[in-house]
Design a protein. Structure first.
Length: 41
């Protein structure tokens, strides 16, 4: 492993995981808003 720093790889994975978590949180928020809107109707 010459030239590749392990913490850079970890940083990329961490950023990817954070991006996925953000997308999941947004989708969950949309679904919850939709469900609560249907429930309150």
């Amino acid at each position: 492993m010459s030239g590749r720093k392990p913490w850079e790889e970890l940083n990329k994975k961490e950023k990817l995981i954070r991006a996925v978590l953000m997308i999941c949180a947004v989708l969950l928020g949309i679904v919850l808003a939709k469900l609560s809107a249907d429930f309150l109707r």
